[in-house]
Design a binder for this molecule. Structure first.
Ligand SMILES: Nc1ncnc2c1ncn2[C@@H]1O[C@H](COP(=O)(O)OP(=O)(O)O)[C@@H](O)[C@H]1O
Ligand SMILES: [Mg+2]
Length: 279
């Protein structure tokens, strides 16, 4: 019986269980995460896993209470079970624990493109190393992200809290992964927070306005900003954009402040991006 892949439940805290059955070689907690979640890299034999938990109920350092963190993990479980895509890590198993569910994923050999603001200009940061790759390679990474979000949108999922901290890039295999989709929601919804979770560099105007509708056109905006951040300087400045004028036009429409003037679906945006041709 495999200690992770064949287990439904444990009766000790996740950290104790994981260090008893394997070697914990990485831990993501309040030192780097503001989510309040605690995740682990664990080696068992030759295999490595990423195990995500809501942390303990007594940890109040995160922005959300423990019950809300658990609800977000269960939301990620629902999304994983309904959508498969090459950019998503497969959810291998869920183990219930006294601290809530433990989500077991394969460990990915990649680097997080989102780095703390102070390192964002550092040429050695994964963010800048990715932005310096040949433009067609960057475009392929972007297209993986667009394709995933078109797929999710067709299944009814609206992006939320997507930013470069959701991008794990394997520079050796040139593979892009999207992680941490815990905040994605099914269907359109009303912004009840005012400023929502997320990085302002990627967020649409309606994500700052309480009462505004958040829908697929919001995801279109976020995809446009992703292109600008990774293939340009984050703005519509044409001299900084490493793509054709036709592609910049597509991105400008995606990033229109008025949702009604954007592409009405992620698929329509991605079709227009492809029709604009490479370069
Ligand atoms: N499958 C994975 N393999 C390796 N590292 C991962 C994996 N998924 C996430 N990570 C790393 O763990 C960190 C925390 O995961 P994340 O899902 O973003 O949790 P949180 O909800 O705390 O933001 C990420 O920033 C990334 O560096
Ligand atoms: Mg995260």
């Amino acid at each position: 019986m495999h200690p992770l892949l064949d287990r439904d439940a444990i009766d000790v805290p996740p950290s104790a269980y994981l260090s008893a059955v394997g070697t914990v070689f990485a831990q993501f907690d309040q030192r780097t995460q503001d989510s309040g979640n605690v995740s682990f890299g664990v080696r068992i034999g030759a295999a490595r896993y990423f195990v995500k938990t809501a942390g303990s109920a007594s940890d109040t350092s995160g922005t959300l209470p423990h019950a809300a963190r658990i609800a977000l993990l269960r939301n990620a479980m629902t999304l994983s079970r309904c959508c498969r895509h090459a950019a998503l890590t497969e959810l291998l198993r869920v183990i219930e624990s006294p601290d809530g569910p433990c989500l077991v994923y394969p460990w990915l050999d990649g680097e997080l493109l989102g780095v703390p603001r102070a390192q964002r200009a550092d040429p050695g940061s994964p963010f800048q190393r990715f932005r310096r790759l040949p433009a067609p390679t960057v475009a392929r990474g972007l297209e993986t992200i667009f394709d995933l979000h078109a797929h999710l949108a067709r299944a009814g999922w609206t992006a939320s809290d997507f930013y470069d901290g959701s991008l794990l890039y394997d520079f050796t295999a040139n593979r892009m992964y999207v992680i941490d989709l815990d905040h994605y929601r099914t269907g359109p919804f009303v912004n009840e927070m005012g400023r929502m979770f997320g990085s302002a560099r990627f967020m649409a105007p309606e994500e700052f306005r309480a009462g505004a509708c958040i829908d697929e056109r919001t995801t279109v905006f976020v995809m446009g900003r992703t292109a600008l951040v990774l293939l340009g300087d984050g703005t519509l400045d044409a001299s900084a954009f490493r793509g054709s004028a036709a592609r910049l036009d597509v991105v400008a429409r995606a990033c229109d402040p008025a949702p009604s003037r954007r592409y009405s679906s992620v698929s329509a945006f991605y079709d227009a991006w492809r029709a604009a041709g490479p370069g």
